[in-house]
Design a binder for this molecule. Structure first.
Ligand SMILES: Cc1cc2nc3c(=O)[nH]c(=O)nc-3n(C[C@H](O)[C@H](O)[C@H](O)COP(=O)(O)OP(=O)(O)OC[C@H]3O[C@@H](n4cnc5c(N)ncnc54)[C@H](O)[C@@H]3O)c2cc1C
Length: 377
């Protein structure tokens, strides 16, 4: 096949979506440069849950054996009340099958795996994109080290607060970004005996614990109903944890005693009517960051990269490739957003009603959400 791509692709952001696209372009022999503002991952010690479609996407990127080697299998999901009553459980092994078994993985290891074997002379770390000037034939990116880099295509893979989104879409970018919850934290802690993905929810907030190994859990805690007052947010987290079972309370006490290991993670969302112009495109969180209700952020970023790579492989007409990418991705992303909203709404119901409804609605929502995502992109 003749090389369809005459000029280079400039990728802003070296997170999951940016690195997955770099992998894809490298495989297709399409020249690219990638600029990442961090020298190393800011939350490298943390982990993520990878549902079956993320595993499927990693397999498409040629990484099935690698993720099986580094990911910890997650075979079940449990939703519990703050008092530890089991509302429902999902047998994820049965749902996804052994090949696409969900896994937890440390983010740093996931990023290292995606970056492995890529030509490092195309990757620039510690360099931030500051501004972008677009023209009919491409874009010129101004970098924090003073350089200007030209690309026939600019890809914004720069996360939920994307500068590319702001530069390309102006006011629409601001309007498409929302803060959902200020008080949310992620952390790693010794495993208090958790053997599957487990979330406990109360009217005040929720705490998720997920094993990353037999000895360590990854956790996420969010206060959804603030009590007001002047206490610090960590004190509020400790106070909220008193509502939860002992193993959860003790885990929060452990991390609260080491506050530098608690990563404050406000929950933000991005909903844009458009993800591309003639020569610029958004992928991953920059295009559609979604509350982590279904843990689809990494999967959607990987899938975006796979589909964008495929579109660029098929035509040298860049605007057509970008339009094709957006057309192929819209419905799947909208499905995840819709299911996220539905589950978030259920989580906000008064406790008695929620505890009655979730055992019936929860498994149904799980199936509705993921059945569609089982189809590979
Ligand atoms: C609390 C919480 C829990 C989550 N849990 C899960 C989970 O269990 N499973 C899951 O799949 N997803 C989860 N997610 C979502 C997931 O983390 C994101 O969807 C995913 O990381 C998005 O990848 P990305 O590459 O699009 O963006 P990012 O990972 O944010 O990467 C963007 C990169 O761009 C860089 N960058 C930003 N601006 C610039 C600039 N101007 N110049 C150069 N570089 C720049 C950043 O440094 C960063 O490295 C969670 C999110 C939150 C908030």
């Amino acid at each position: 096949m003749s090389k369809p791509f005459p000029d280079q692709v400039v990728i802003v952001g070296g997170g999951v979506a940016g690195l997955a696209l770099a992998r894809r372009l490298q495989g297709l022999d399409i020249p690219y440069s990638l600029f990442e503002r961090r020298r190393m991952s800011a939350d490298g010690g943390l982990a993520v849950n990878l549902p079956g479609n993320a595993i499927q996407a990693l397999a498409t990127l040629g990484l099935r054996n690698r993720i099986e080697a580094i990911g910890h299998p997650i075979r079940r999901r449990q939703y519990r009340t703050a008092r530890d009553k089991l509302l429902f459980e999902i047998d994820e092994d049965a749902f996804w099958g052994a090949a696409n078994r969900p896994r937890s993985v440390r983010r740093a290891e996931l990023l290292a795996m995606l970056a492995d074997d890529l030509p490092q002379d195309r990757h620039w770390h510690g360099v931030e994109s500051r501004s972008l000037a677009m023209s009919a034939t491409g874009g010129a990116l101004k970098l924090s080290d003073g350089r200007i880099v030209n690309g026939a295509l600019i890809v914004g893979a720069d996360g939920v607060r994307s500068t590319v989104r702001r530069e390309v879409f102006g006011a629409a970018a601001g309007a498409g970004h929302a803060l959902l919850a200020e008080d949310s934290w992620r952390f790693m802690a010794p495993n208090p005996g958790i053997d599957c993905w487990t979330v406990w929810a109360s009217a005040e907030g929720m705490i998720l614990l997920m094993p990353v190994s037999d000895g360590e859990v990854y956790g996420w805690a969010a206060i959804t109903k603030s009590r007001g007052g002047t206490q610090s947010s960590i004190s509020a987290l400790i106070e909220m944890s008193f509502l939860f079972p002992r193993r959860v309370r003790d885990t929060i006490a452990h991390v609260a005693a080491r506050p530098t290991r608690l990563y404050h993670s406000p929950l933000e969302e991005v909903r844009m009517d458009r993800w591309h112009t003639q020569r610029a495109v958004l992928i991953g969180d920059a295009a559609h960051a979604t509350a982590p209700v279904w843990a689809e952020g990494v999967a959607l970023g990987l899938e975006d990269a796979i589909v964008l790579g495929r579109c660029l492989e098929q035509t040298s007409d860049i605007p057509a490739a970008l339009a094709g990418y957006e057309a192929m991705r819209r419905a799947r992303v909208a499905h995840v957003q819709h299911q996220t909203d539905a589950m978030s709404k259920a989580a906000k119901l008064p406790a008695t009603l929620r505890n009655l409804l979730l055992p019936v609605v929860g498994p149904k929502k799980y199936r509705q959400t993921y059945a569609r995502l089982k189809e590979a992109v």
